[in-house]
Design a protein around this ligand. Sequence first.
Ligand code: SF4
Length: 343
Amino acid sequence: MELSAATTTPPGGVRGHASPVPPLPGPLEQVAAILRWYEAHARDLPWRRATASPWAVLVSEIMLQQTPVARVLPAYEAWLARWPTPPALAADAPADAVRQWGRLGYPRRALRLHAAAQLISERHGGEVPSSVDALLALPGVGSYTAAAVASFAFGQRHPVLDTNVRRVLARMATGQQWPASGTTAAEIALARSLLPARPEVAARWSVAVMELGALVCTATRPQCAACPVAAGCAWRLAGSPAGNGRRASQPYQGTDRQCRGRVLAVLRDSDGPVSPAQLDAAWPDATQRSRALASLITDGLAERHSGGGYTLPAHPPGRLQPTGRLVKEPGNASGPGHMSPGR
Ligand code: SF4
């Protein structure tokens, strides 16, 4: 007996009346869905407003490297109130930048931002440059930060791959829970393929997918029920298989990093040179303490004072030449391709 079309078994294996299976959303629909979601859910952050200058965007990007939004907000406002332009910061000492940075963490960023302000003042007439190449030549600016500033401050079309974006693309497009530990050529090619053609829409897409990663497709608790691309998400459709795991976050308590922070806080809170005895009170372990002090001096965050004791830096090391010219230090941080929690 011949089976009628109404009683055949569909690919899903359920016998009965065949109903048309809607096609999965393609990449274009996913991009459009995320743009619509962003329209309705974007946080009102000061560096995203139309009034934010390129300098404000650069400051925000440097501060957001490895630091959550909630901690960045007050520091960002205070920084820009004090130094609304690069020349304003360049006119002050690096020690002022380190003091203003306060407890934001990874204080070399303050020195780099100061050196960037000097270079911008010297070579670009005090205006943040718009080209990716010129941005890459600034201290503290790596491939992520250059692409982010070119996109968000100047509306250009570049793939912007921070941790949040990489996680969303890994799940949505490639079905992996976690992206690779370092950015791969395949990821860059995928990000390029999804970029809308119009530069201003591409820039908006970049911030939209970043926001989706920060608010919905979070590292440990993705809220797939609230996600605009859930219907076509490769990882969700595969049953959300566990990936290879992520690097555990580093402990902080008792580490050299914590010791460094304590020693730097003593220098930061003092108007003059700090004696070794004052530093001794900052941390009980002498070996760790001297290691921390040596690393602060190496990083240009502390100096021996000619009259004895230690201070914050008068000049960034290896940047300001005797001629007054600035040179870029090798091994600049490349920005948060790696980490931007809570962005
Ligand atoms: S469906 Fe879930 S896993 Fe997929 S992109 Fe959305 S939040 Fe992330």
